[in-house]
Design a protein around this ligand. Structure first.
Ligand code: 5GP
Ligand code: MN
Length: 318
C-alpha cells in the first residue's frame, strides 16, 4: 500500500476514472475517493471524476451529478490520475487522460490486472476496489458522503457481504463506514435488491428459458436486444440475472449472454470453486475474478456458448 497524501503532494490537477459499464464498486470507489479529495485537498485543486453514466439507482451518491461522461483529450495533463476497479484498458473515455497523466495510480482487485500505474495497489484478495480505497484513506478525515459511496461499493461487490471475497478486514471497514450514520438498510434495498417491474419480468423470462449443459454443471441463458427493447431496458438493467442462474442447485458455472449488437454479446459468468471464471474470460480477451468474470464476444449465441462450455469442460475434467 502507498501513502495517498504523499503521492498527491503538490498536485493541482487530479483525475479519477473507473471502468466502462460502471457497477456499484466502480461508482463507490470513484465517488468515495472523489468526495474524500474534495474534502481534504486544498480548495483550488482541480478534481475531476470520469465515468459512463451508471444505473440511476446510484443517484443518491454525492458527486454523481459532477461526473464527466465525456473527456476532452486535449486538456492539460493531470498531475495525478487514478484508475480504479480496472486496468487502463477498461477506462473508456478516460483512457487518454490516464495515459497523458504525469503520475498514474492504479487501485484494483481484479486478478487479471497486472498493474497499469506508476504506483499500484492491486490486491486480488480484496472484496472490492472500494475496500482498497478505504485502506488508503484516513478514517478521521472521511465524511458521510465518502463513507456512503465506499459502503455501496463494498456491498455490491461482496453480494451484501456474502461472497467468499468478504474478509474480517472487509467487515472492519464496513463497521467503520456505517458509523457515519447513513441509512444503510434502505441503501442496500434500493441499490442492490430492488428491481423495476420490467427488469423482474425479463429476469423471470431469462430464468424460465435457461438451459442446462454438462450434466447440469453449466446453466446458460440469453437476453436478446429485441427483448431488451420490448421491455425498455438497457445493459445497465441486466445486473443480477446471472446470479439467479448461478443459484440453480448443481450448477458450477452460470453463463449469461445479452446482445449488444448484431454480432456482439456481453458474457457474464458466475462460478463456484470448481470453475475459474477469470481464466475463461481472460482466454477470450476479458477479465474479472475467479468466481465472477466477463468478456465481450463475437459470433452467434450457439458458437459463443459452445466455445465457453468447452473451456468449462476442460476445467471440470482437469
Ligand atoms: P459482470 O459479469 O458483472 O459484468 O462482471 C463481473 C466481473 O468481471 C467484474 O469484476 C467486471 O469488472 C469483470 N468484467 C466484466 N466484463 C469484463 C471485460 O469485458 N473485460 C474485463 N477485463 N473484465 C470484465
Ligand atoms: Mn470491483
Amino acid at each position: 500500500m502507498f501513502d495517498l497524501m504523499k503521492e498527491l503532494d503538490g498536485a493541482s490537477r487530479i483525475g479519477i476514472g473507473g471502468h466502462v459499464h460502471p457497477d456499484g464498486d466502480c461508482v463507490g470507489s470513484v465517488l468515495g475517493l472523489y468526495n474524500y479529495l474534495i474534502k481534504n485537498m486544498p480548495v483550488d485543486t482541480v478534481i475531476d471524476a470520469y465515468m459512463e453514466r451508471p444505473s440511476d439507482v446510484f443517484d443518491t451518491v454525492a458527486g454523481i451529478g459532477e461526473i464527466h461522461e465525456t473527456a476532452d483529450e486535449a486538456c492539460d495533463p493531470y498531475d495525478v490520475f487514478f484508475c480504479l476497479d480496472c486496468d487502463h484498458t477498461r477506462l473508456g473515455h478516460a483512457a487518454p487522460l490516464f495515459a497523458n497523466a504525469k503520475k498514474k495510480i492504479n487501485v484494483d482487485h481484479h486478478i487479471s490486472n497486472k498493474g497499469s500505474g506508476d504506483v499500484n495497489y492491486i490486491d486480488a484478495t480484496a472484496g472490492s476496489a472500494s475496500e482498497l480505497v478505504f485502506d488508503l484513506l484516513d478514517l478521521q478525515k472521511m465524511d458521510e458522503n465518502c463513507a456512503k459511496a465506499l459502503y455501496i461499493g463494498i456491498i455490491h461487490d461482496t453480494g451484501v457481504l456474502q461472497y467468499s471475497n468478504t474478509s474480517p478486514k472487509t467487515l472492519r471497514a464496513v463497521a467503520d463506514l456505517i458509523g457515519f450514520g447513513f441509512d444503510f438498510s434502505t441503501l442496500i434495498e434500493e441499490t442492490f435488491y430492488q428491481k423495476s417491474y420490467a427488469q423482474t419480468r425479463v429476469c423471470g423470462k431469462a430464468m424460465f428459458e435457461s438451459v442446462l449443459l454438462l450434466d447440469g454443471k453449466v446453466a446458460y441463458t440469453i437476453v436478446t436486444r429485441k427483448t431488451m427493447e420490448e421491455y425498455g431496458l438497457t445493459a445497465k438493467d441486466m445486473d443480477g440475472i446471472v446470479n439467479q442462474i448461478r443459484n440453480i442447485k448443481g450448477v458450477q458455472c452460470a453463463v449469461f449472454l445479452y446482445e449488444m449488437s448484431d454480432t456482439e454479446f456481453k458474457v457474464s459468468m458466475r462460478s463456484t470453486d470448481a470453475v475459474n471464471a477469470a481464466d475463461i474470460a481472460v482466454f477470450f480477451g476479458g477479465g474479472g475474478h475467479k468466481k465472477a468474470a466477463g468478456v465481450t464476444m463475437e459470433g452467434s449465441t450457439d458458437e459463443i456458448i459452445s466455445r465457453i462450455t468447452e473451456r468449462i469442460a476442460i476445467q471440470l475434467t482437469d
